[in-house]
Design a protein around this ligand. Structure first.
Ligand SMILES: NC(=O)c1ccc[n+]([C@@H]2O[C@H](COP(=O)([O-])OP(=O)(O)OC[C@H]3O[C@@H](n4cnc5c(N)ncnc54)[C@H](O)[C@@H]3O)[C@@H](O)[C@H]2O)c1
Ligand SMILES: [Fe+2]
Length: 385
C-alpha cells in the first residue's frame, strides 16, 4: 500500500506501511529520551517487537522493555509496570501491541506520578479530575492488531482481578501524543485474532452509530468504519499479506474508538462480564453477541440500520444488514453460540447483574434491563435469533 497520510484527528497519526521506522523521530517530537516499551508476554518474543526494539537501539535510544502483561490485563500488570517505570527513571511510554499492551502501557504512563490507587480513576462521573495531570507521562502508541482502537483512545480497560470485573480507567491525557499506524505490523496476527479484532472494530462502529444521543460527527465516522470492515476483513482473511486491506482495517479500528465517545451498548455490556469471567477474547466475544443484540434492539434501530445498509451498498433494510453480519461471521469461522466458547449457564445470573452495571450499558438504544440482558445471553447460548 503506497498510501501515506498524516492526520491530526483525533490525535497525531502517522499512517502508512513501513512507518514504524519513524518511531525514533516520534520520540524526539514528544521529547521522550528514555522510553519504556510496554507490550504483552506473547508479543515480546515475536519478530515484530524484536525488530522494533532493535530499530530503537540502532538509533541510540535508551529503551527498556516491560512485558509482564496478559491478554485481558489485570491491575497487577499495571502495578508491576509502574514499579519498573519509576525505578528505571523512564520519561515516557511506547504502548505497543493489541488492546492489552496498549491499555497497560497507557495506564502505566498515567499512573507514573499518581498517589491514589488506579481504581480511584475509574470512568465514573468526573473521577478523572482526581488525577494529578503533572504526574502523567507522554505516550506513543503503536498498534499491532486492528480492532480496539485503543491507540487513539483516552481510556484503558483493566480487569479488577479481585472482583473479576473489567473496569475502564479514563483521563484525557491517556490519549497518546503520536500514533504510528503501520499495517505491516499486523501481518503476523493469528487468524483468530485477526477475525476477533476485526469484529471488535465493527462492534465499536455499529454500537456507536446505534447509541442514542446527538453526535452526527461520531455517526459519520461510524458508518464509514462499518463499510471498511465489511469490505476489507474478508480480503485480509483471504490474503493475510494484503497490506492495503490491513491498512483499511487499522483505519476502521481507529474510527471505531473515535466514534464510541458517543457510547457503546449491549454487545460490549455482555462481552465484558463474559471476558472477565471466562477469559475469552474480547473481539471474538463481541462477534458472537452481535446478531443477537441487533435482533433484540431491532424495534428502535430498524430505520437507522436500513440507512446503514444502503450506505454499505446493500438493499436498504434491517434484514439485509443482519444477514450480512451473519454471513461474515459464518465465513470467518466465528462461533454462533456461546457454548462453542466454553461459556456455560452457571454464571447466567451474575452475567446479567454485571451487564446492566457495565459502563457501556447506558449506550444501548433500549434500556438494558436485567431481563433484556438475560434474553440476549439466552439467545446467544441457544443460537436463537
Ligand atoms: N481501550 C479501549 O478503548 C479498548 C477497546 C476495546 C477493547 N479493549 C481491550 O483490549 C483487549 C483486547 O485487545 P486485542 O483484541 O487487540 O488483543 P490482545 O492485545 O489481547 O492480543 C491478543 C493476542 O494476540 C497477540 N498479538 C497481538 N498482535 C500481534 C501480532 N501483530 N502478531 C502476532 N500476535 C499478536 C498478543 O500477543 C495476544 O496473545 C481487551 O482487554 C479489551 O478489553 C480496549
Ligand atoms: Fe471493544
Amino acid at each position: 500500500m503506497a498510501t501515506k497520510a498524516n492526520w491530526n484527528y483525533p490525535t497525531s497519526v502517522r499512517f502508512g506501511a513501513g512507518r514504524i521506522d519513524e518511531l525514533p523521530d516520534a520520540l524526539k517530537a514528544t521529547s521522550i529520551k528514555k522510553p519504556l516499551l510496554v507490550t504483552d508476554a506473547g508479543l515480546v518474543n515475536l519478530p515484530v517487537t524484536r525488530n522494533t526494539v532493535k530499530l530503537l537501539k540502532d538509533a541510540g535510544v535508551d529503551v527498556g522493555v516491560f512485558a509482564d502483561v496478559k491478554p485481558n490485563p489485570i491491575s497487577a500488570n499495571v502495578n508491576a509496570g509502574v514499579e519498573v517505570l519509576r525505578k528505571g527513571g523512564y520519561d515516557g511510554v511506547i504502548a505497543f501491541g493489541g488492546g492489552s499492551g496498549l491499555d497497560v502501557g497507557k495506564a502505566i504512563a498515567f499512573m507514573a506520578g499518581q498517589t491514589r490507587t488506579m481504581w480511584d480513576f475509574e470512568d465514573i462521573g468526573d473521577w478523572w479530575t482526581r488525577a494529578d495531570p503533572n504526574g502523567i507521562l507522554p505516550i506513543i502508541a503503536v498498534p499491532t492488531t486492528a480492532g480496539t482502537g485503543s491507540e487513539v483512545g483516552r481510556a484503558g480497560v483493566i480487569t479488577d482481578e479481585t472482583t473479576h470485573t473489567k473496569k475502564v480507567i479514563f483521563h484525557p491525557l491517556m490519549q497518546p501524543k503520536i500514533v504510528i499506524v503501520d499495517p505491516e505490523l499486523t501481518v503476523g496476527m493469528p487468524l483468530f485474532i485477526t477475525v476477533g479484532t476485526g469484529f471488535d472494530a465493527l462492534a465499536h462502529c455499529l454500537e456507536a452509530y446505534c447509541a442514542p444521543g446527538y453526535h452526527p460527527m461520531a455517526d459519520g465516522i461510524a458508518v464509514e468504519g462499518v463499510r471498511l470492515v465489511l469490505e476489507n476483513l474478508p480480503k485480509v482473511i483471504a490474503d493475510p499479506n494484503d497490506i492495503e486491506a490491513r491498512g483499511h482495517m487499522m483505519s476502521a479500528a481507529a474510527m471505531g474508538a473515535t466514534a464510541f465517545q458517543k457510547g457503546l451498548g449491549a454487545i460490549h455490556a455482555l462481552s465484558h462480564p463474559v471476558g472477565a469471567l471466562y477469559d475469552t477474547h474480547h473481539g471474538m466475544t463481541n462477534a458472537v453477541f452481535m446478531p443477537y443484540v441487533l435482533v433484540v434492539n431491532r424495534d428502535v434501530i430498524e430505520a437507522k440500520i436500513a440507512r446503514l445498509a444502503a450506505y454499505c451498498g446493500m438493499p436498504p433494510n434491517f434484514d439485509a444488514f443482519l444477514n450480512a453480519v451473519l454471513a461474515l461471521r459464518q465465513k470467518l469461522g466465528v462461533p454462533h453460540v456461546l457454548a462453542d466458547f466454553k461459556v456455560d449457564a452457571e454464571q447466567r445470573d451474575l452475567i446479567g447483574d454485571m451487564a446492566i452495571v457495565d459502563p457501556t450499558a447506558g449506550g444501548n438504544p433500549t434500556e438494558l434491563t436485567k431481563a433484556r440482558a438475560l434474553e440476549i445471553f439466552d439467545r446467544a447460548m441457544e443460537g436463537r435469533l
